[in-house]
Write a protein that binds this ligand. Structure first.
Ligand SMILES: *[C@@H]1O[C@H](CO)[C@@H](O)[C@H](O)[C@H]1NC(C)=O
Ligand SMILES: *[C@@H]1O[C@H](CO)[C@@H](O)[C@H](O)[C@H]1NC(C)=O
Ligand SMILES: *[C@@H]1O[C@H](CO)[C@@H](O)[C@H](O)[C@H]1NC(C)=O
Ligand SMILES: *[C@@H]1O[C@H](CO)[C@@H](O)[C@H](O)[C@H]1NC(C)=O
Ligand SMILES: *[C@@H]1O[C@H](CO)[C@@H](O)[C@H](O)[C@H]1NC(C)=O
Length: 432
């Protein structure tokens, strides 16, 4: 796939004043982004844009991505939480961008265009100037695409349609498949790399009371699991939702207010969610700060995301408050402050370095040796085949192993077969 096309341009660049304190979820309303910590509003930002929908947090650039729905001229924009710059990357007059997703590995933003019936992309890689309209990935033909999400570990994009059916494809559009379909319709898809599953709302399209479920589906499985039921009313369609380290969040809507609901990812099916906030504005988008570090915790086979960890900027959103300086500072370890008030790390077993960014097993054992940690948490090697030595550096394949030589009484034949090997140790006992 050609990631970059030589063409223009950023649409708007504007500077804002405002301090974003630490946060765990954020929502988009009328002309604002509002940040919450434990359900309490902690800060907000006024945007020049109107109707910020499809909010997605991009940890790599510490940026809030959203669709600006101003006057039907949909644009995909980003508010940089560190520099406080607001930029719009692509713009589609008279189009209808429904869903937005970001893959930090390739730095690609994917979005659906309901009017054009297409899945599109553009890149945030620096030096990558994008077509101001975005690039076509897939045409969905007769179906209207709705929400979209990425599986950054596997390299797949998943999207829903207003007609039902969840489809998937590789980031370059190849390998397109129907992932799931049923008589019901699916909306508001989000992906949780940690648990290797997607969450979405499954809505009964033929029921007169239009009720729905919150369901989950593993990437490698075909039958869905009910997380929560009992959604009623038109809000069942096009649900606004997000997933974090511990929770799934979504909004729902009554005549007089919108509210944010929270449910533990570990809750048993049909557990009642908790209403954490009510506001007198229409909630247009919601996103959680689900750190990549938490997404890959304990995952063995997600190198694509794990390799990003050392690249994440230290303390995104650092605003001078000491507590924020620890954020992302320790890659594989816990952070605390030293006497000078600077962050310091206590590394998890198997990691070292100032920011615990060095895997002590990385490239430690040579010749396919297997690395593990001893009681002192130092790396040790289990050598493969005919290799030996602390790091399996010795090749002993074409002779008797050296440790044997030391223990045996040698014959003349042993001596002649070993005399050219500088690393071999031999002990001779000469009897006269
Ligand atoms: C698309 O990506 C997959 C996996 O990354 C790769 O195997 C395939 O060759 C690519 N196809 C095209 C047409 O580039
Ligand atoms: C799916 O993968 C998980 C591990 O991630 C495994 O435990 C489970 O058995 C797999 N399911 C199927 C149907 O392959
Ligand atoms: C809002 O959500 C709660 C919890 O999911 C549910 O009990 C209630 O019926 C919903 N209200 C509406 C109007 O959808
Ligand atoms: C880091 O903190 C967690 C949670 O408090 C704890 O379980 C873990 O042992 C700590 N790790 C280190 C290396 O101190
Ligand atoms: C080596 O030879 C000595 C003297 O004959 C003998 O005592 C000893 O047991 C031998 N060692 C081995 C490992 O065969």
């Amino acid at each position: 796939m050609k990631m970059c096309r030589a063409q223009c341009v950023l649409v708007v660049v504007a500077l804002y004043v405002g301090v974003v304190r630490s946060w765990d979820i954020a929502i988009g309303v009328k002309d604002q982004l509002i940040f919450y910590t434990n359900g309490v509003k902690t800060s907000s930002i006024n945007l020049i844009s109107q109707n910020p929908t499809s909010l997605v947090y991009d940890e790599l650039h510490n940026m809030m991505l959203y669709v600006d729905k101003q006057n039907n001229n949909d644009a995909v924009c980003g508010y940089d939480l560190s520099s406080k710059d607001n930029k719009c990357f692509i713009k589609r007059n008279g189009r209808n961008i429904q869903g937005l997703a970001f893959d930090p590995v390739t730095e690609i933003i994917f979005f659906t265009d309901m009017n054009e019936r297409s899945i599109n992309w553009f890149s945030l890689k620096s030096g990558c100037n994008n077509n101001v309209y975005g690039n076509l990935l897939i045409r969905t033909d007769s179906k209207l695409p709705a929400n979209i999400a990425v599986d950054s570990c596997g390299g797949y994009v998943y999207w829903t349609h207003y007609e039902g059916i969840i489809e998937s494809a590789r980031f370059n559009g190849s390998d397109r498949k129907v992932k799931f379909s049923s008589a019901w319709k699916q909306f508001g898809i989000v992906i949780d790399s940690q648990t290797q599953k997607m969450f979405y709302f499954d809505v009964c399209s033929t029921c007169s009371d239009s009720h729905g479920y919150l369901n989950s589906l593993k990437f490698n499985e075909t039958s869905e699991k009910v997380v929560y039921s009992n959604f009623y009313g038109p809000e069942c369609r096009s649900k606004i939702m997000t997933v974090s380290k511990d929770y799934i969040y979504w909004k729902n809507h009554t005549e007089s207010y919108d509210s944010i609901w929270q449910l533990s990812k570990k809750a048993a099916s049909y557990t009642e969610p908790k209403e954490i906030s009510r506001i007198n504005e229409k909630i247009l988008g919601i996103t959680a700060k689900y750190k990549i570090k938490d997404q890959v915790q304990g995952l063995q086979d997600c190198d694509s995301l794990t390799n990003l960890l050392p690249k994440l900027i230290v303390s995104p959103g650092y605003t001078g408050e000491q507590s924020n300086a620890c954020e992302n500072y320790c890659v594989y370890g816990n952070c605390s402050f030293n006497e000078e008030g600077l962050p310091k790390c206590r590394c998890n077993a198997g990691y070292s370095g100032q920011r615990c960014e060095i895997n002590v097993c990385y490239n430690y054992c040579l010749n396919d040796g297997e690395c593990s940690l001893n009681e002192e948490e130092e790396p040790i090697c289990q050598c493969a085949g005919d290799h030996a030595g602390v790091r399996c550096e010795d090749d002993t394949s074409d002779t008797t192993p050296t440790y044997d030589l030391a223990k045996r009484n040698l014959t003349l034949a042993d001596i002649f077969s070993n005399w050219r090997k500088p690393s071999s140790k031999m002990y001779l006992t000469v009897e006269v």
